[in-house]
Design a protein around this ligand. Structure first.
Ligand code: MOS
Length: 745
């Protein structure tokens, strides 16, 4: 088992809230962190799928005669010559989730470009690729639909409603009625999706790029038709996922299936190009947003109607109305949605699913309303700050949105803003300033953890959650250290393996909030076992005492009444003839739990963007960014800040660059590479000023920690397009902002 240890990390006396670098950092920068595609096993073969070159139709015939005879080729598999896969049953909560439910080769129908129709297995990756290219597939093509403009397949369904939104809108003195569009976006983590599958008899180990090992096992055992305990899923390090690696995709099932057929371990790495086709994306959304307000800026009506594209196979909903019902005080509200089917791969969750595109629409509409009212956008939001969650009538567990805006305004210098379009200049450039607010749910799911204190004074912490690059190894070491006083350099954290106590998905920004209570309880339980051991048995160090008479500090058990009575923990365990003092802990989900029935649980924030605009050359840059986040207590502010910075950089990409386009003729994603699908780089990223308000949310967990993985992306694009409007007078409602849009300035 690969573990991450705090090699030489400083043992700060007060570990929480410090600024600890990732404890797995040395492993990563020295190349010793083993990612999935680094796994190499004796006798391992390589699999390369054959991807459909039509977007709709049927496979008529597959001719593998040439491919089969090529150098190094072991087999070519397709529907009919490989054991079929099963579908997995409905998910139970957050277990058993999969977005593309159809197993590979289930039928001959092609529903999107890139769908796997065969797979070549060979001794080297190059041989497998050459063989895959040599497989001749004959198709009967049907007309496909990859239209950009979305049309609802059915009438809109209401997601949330109160009052009479339509009536109140009609009679409102000030009205905004606009449609906002966000494009198809592809996750593009640096690490490609990959699976290494190795069978021993009827047991399989899957080294997998997954944000959820437990869920992966839950789906895969069903699809492979083997007992659950025969599947082990391992994911020690992830080169990020952004949601694209939350649920299993076809390549994983295929890799496991072909490894079973050929009787050798198989590695399958999804290419960058295929990642635009087969492993999910954030779907295109089209959102009509209507606001009605009084002349003094009180909202009277809010209507949010949206469509998102989905595949022919699966009804993926991008929940754009996630934050709409509770963000502002408004008596009349309606959120409604529908899907639009396309011949594309099944969409999936991408960082801040729903809320991120949804808040682009809502916060853009709020900015347009502020302009219509000739009111400062912060003032407009302040006037509509709710006292409670008006959709559920529950109090917020902790909401400091107004303070986020105030602090952000101060840091940004908002008071100096001249609201007139194009009025602010610096160094010959036009300056635009814009702001938006943001929110993301605060949640916790089931988690279990085990802590073992060893005779040599080291401690292990294990749970089957993952570190997707966000700092989970580090946070768990910190929490365990805080609970036991055992220094960080003696703590070993084990994650990403289904043989460990079940842990949560690394998604929804809830891994930290979920695992902290479990680890903390497990650590306390381990200390308790140690103290119990020191009072019992014939060699007990403190015979006659009870565990309550004792405490554990500096690696020693001692009488509270006599600190000098300390006995080293190694001696305690040796006298009891016990290998280690073990403790387990668990945390319950907030989904449907007591907390969620009493409180509305969310994080909040305010985003401030500055752009510079040079009309002569149509050059637009994001030149400054201030983000103020209210996400509970920060356990480790350093990687937390890094999450917000990364999300803001991604938000710049969302605002200005990212869009996957489908070729109308073939239905293929045409910019399926990192030269044509543009993401922000360091050169696009300005100085980003991140502030955490740091109010503990004790409703969520004992340490008051919420998650920060997603919220930084929310509101960012709206703040940037507001700044673009301020600089240029052009309101861009369809992302990304293009030079062509700005030439209208
Ligand atoms: Mo996130 S989209 O839950 O990885």
């Amino acid at each position: 088992m690969s573990r991450s240890k705090a090699l030489g990390a400083p043992s700060a006396p007060k570990v929480l809230g410090g600024k600890l670098p990732r404890i797995d950092g040395p492993l990563k920068v020295s190349g010793r962190a083993t990612y999935t595609s680094d796994i190499s096993l004796p006798g391992m073969l390589y699999a390369v799928p054959v991807r459909s070159t039509i977007a709709s139709g049927r496979v008529v015939a597959i001719d593998d005669r040439v491919a089969r005879k090529m150098l190094g080729v072991r087999a070519i598999y397709y529907r009919g010559n490989i054991r079929p896969f099963f579908r997995s049953g409905p998910a139970q909560g957050f277990s058993g989730l999969i977005d593309e439910k159809r197993p590979p080769f289930e039928d001959d129908v092609v529903r999107y470009y890139g769908q796997y129709v065969a797979v070549a297995v060979a001794q080297t990756m190059e041989q497998a690729k050459a063989a895959a290219d040599a497989v001749r597939v004959q198709y009967a093509a049907d007309a496909h639909n990859v239209e950009r403009r979305l049309v609802a397949e059915k009438s809109l369904e209401t997601d949330s409603e109160r009052g009479d939104a339509e009536g109140a809108f009609k009679s409102a003195p000030v009205q905004i009625d606009q449609t906002y569009v966000t494009p198809t976006e592809v996750h593009n983590p640096i690490e490609l999706h990959a699976t290494v599958a190795a069978w021993e008899g009827d047991r399989v180990t899957l080294y997998e790029t997954t944000q959820a090992v437990m869920n992966h096992r839950e789906v895969l055992y069903q699809m492979l038709g083997v007992p659950k305990e025969n599947v082990r899923v391992v994911s020690h390090f992830l080169g990020s996922g952004f949601g694209g690696k939350l649920w299993p995709w076809s390549h994983s099932i295929l890799a496991a299936g072909v490894a079973r057929e050929v009787g050798a371990p198989v590695k399958l790495v999804v290419t960058r190009q295929a990642m635009f086709e087969t492993v999910g994306h954030r779907p295109r959304t089209q959102q009509r947003f209507r606001l009605g307000a009084t002349r003094d800026g009180k909202l009277v009506s809010m209507q949010h109607e949206y469509l998102n594209e989905t595949s022919i196979l699966d009804a993926y909903k991008e929940d754009c109305g996630e934050a709409t019902p509770f963000m502002y005080s408004v008596p009349n509200l309606r959120v409604a949605s529908a899907l639009a089917r396309r011949n594309i791969g099944t969409p999936t969750a991408m960082r801040g699913p729903g809320a991120v595109p949804g808040l682009f629409a809502m916060e853009s509409a709020m900015d347009e309303l502020a302009i219509a009212l000739n009111m400062d956008p912060i003032e407009l939001r302040r006037r509509n700050e709710p006292l409670q969650d008006e959709s559920t009538k529950l109090p917020f567990s902790s909401r400091h949105l107004v303070e986020c805006m105030q602090v952000g305004a101060e840091k940004f210098g908002w008071a100096r803003r001249d609201p007139r379009v194009g009025a602010m200049k610096r160094d010959g450039l036009t300056i635009g300033w814009g702001m938006a607010t943001c929110s993301w749910g605060a949640m916790r799911s089931d988690a279990q953890a085990t802590v073992e204190i060893q005779r040599d004074g080291t401690m292990s912490v294990t749970t089957a959650t993952q570190d997707i690059g966000t700092g989970t190894y580090t946070v768990l070491a910190l929490v365990a250290s805080e609970a036991t006083g055992i220094p960080l350099d003696k703590i070993d954290v084990g994650l990403g393996d289904t043989t460990l106590p079940p842990g949560p998905i690394s998604g929804g920004s809830w891994a930290t909030a979920s695992v902290i209570p479990a680890v903390s309880a497990a650590a306390r339980a381990a200390v308790r076992s140690l103290l119990t051991l020191s009072t019992s048995g014939k060699n007990a160090a403190f015979a006659g005492a009870t565990p309550d008479d004792l405490h554990f500090a500096n690696g020693r058990a001692a009488r509270k009444s006599d600190p000098s009575s300390g006995v080293p923990l190694g001696d305690v365990l040796a006298r009891a003839n016990v290998r280690a003092a073990v403790g387990s802990g668990q945390s319950r989900t907030t989904f449907g739990g007591e907390e969620s029935r009493k409180y509305s649980l969310h994080s909040f924030g305010a985003q401030f963007a500055e752009v510079t605009w040079q009309p002569e050359t149509a050059r637009l840059r994001v030149s400054r960014f201030v983000s103020v986040i209210d996400a509970g207590r920060m356990i480790n502010p350093k990687p937390a800040r890094n999450q917000i910075e990364g999300a803001v950089v991604m938000g710049i990409g969302m605002a200005l660059f990212e869009e996957a386009r489908y070729d109308k003729r073939y239905g293929a994603p045409i910019n399926s590479n990192l030269a044509d699908y543009i993401v922000s780089t360091n050169a696009d990223a300005p100085a980003i000023d991140v502030t955490f308000l740091d109010y503990p949310d004790l409703v969520l967990n004992e340490l008051g920690a919420r998650g920060v993985g997603e919220i930084g992306l929310a509101g960012t694009a709206a703040a940037i397009t507001a700044a673009v409007h301020h600089a240029t007078g052009v309101r861009v409602r369809e992302l990304p902002v293009r030079i062509e849009d700005l030439l209208r300035a």
